[in-house]
Design a protein around this ligand. Structure first.
Ligand code: VGL
Ligand code: ZN
Length: 213
């Protein structure tokens, strides 16, 4: 039997209203997430979450380089957007949003702990140097299909979905359960096209509930 899991990407305070790296309308993903959590639980499907989890001196922080947040540079040889300090380990900003039904989450995967490299994907760091425990967890539980939503569309959702496809998972993306940073207007729309082009199937929550009944 092949199983499916719901993967909630970085639904953390710092990416929501009032957070250090607030994504426009980030909070509007929470109702969609909670609806899908209920739907998944009712079918006995696992609910997983990733959490951006940086040391206070993480190299992706603009503050570490004396540059402006959202400027571009290099981190250990890789192109890097420098971010406001965000999702510092054990801070309130790093916690999952209080409106998320967290009791339903069976496993949580941290990423971005190595100060030398950023990690947008919940599977690998940006240099594909190190892997999180997510792929092994999914294989242990015979999960072959993932339904993904979260923050931010143009960074962590996109790279999580692209890696999942490369690793051979079937991937569904719930578009209204995602919001993007959009440093450039259209980045999120482009990210959805990149995910679909790589083989992901895009659904709105309403489409999902209608087609999966
Ligand atoms: C993210 C920028 C920096 C994300 C994480 O979760 O999309 N974006 N760190
Ligand atoms: Zn981060």
């Amino acid at each position: 039997m092949k199983h499916r899991a719901l993967l909630l990407v970085d639904l953390q305070n710092d990416f929501c209203a009032g957070g250090a790296l607030a994504v426009p309308e980030g909070d509007s993903t929470l109702d969609v997430a909670n609806a899908l959590i209920d739907w998944s639980k009712a079918r006995g499907e696992a609910v997983l979450a990733s959490q951006d989890w940086h040391p206070a001196d993480h190299g992706s922080f603009a503050s570490q380089h004396g540059v402006e947040p959202f400027s571009q540079g290099l981190l250990d040889g890789l192109p890097q957007t420098f971010w406001p300090d965000h999702c510092v380990q054990n801070s309130t900003g790093a916690q999952l949003h209080p409106l998320l039904n967290q009791a339903a989450i069976s496993a949580l995967f941290h990423k971005g702990e190595n100060p030398e490299i950023d990690s947008y994907s919940a599977f690998f760091d940006n240099g594909q140097r190190q892997k999180t425990a997510l792929d092994a967890w999914l294989r242990t539980h015979a999960i072959a299909e993932l339904t993904v939503l979260g923050l931010a569309t143009d960074y962590c959702v996109k790279f999580t979905v692209l890696d999942a496809l490369k690793l051979g998972y079937q991937v569904n993306v719930i578009t209204d359960g995602c919001r993007g940073v959009n440093i450039q207007a259209g980045d999120s729309a482009q990210a959805f096209m990149d995910m679909a082009g790589a083989g992901a199937t895009l659904y709105t929550l309403a489409d999902w509930l209608e087609t999966q009944a």
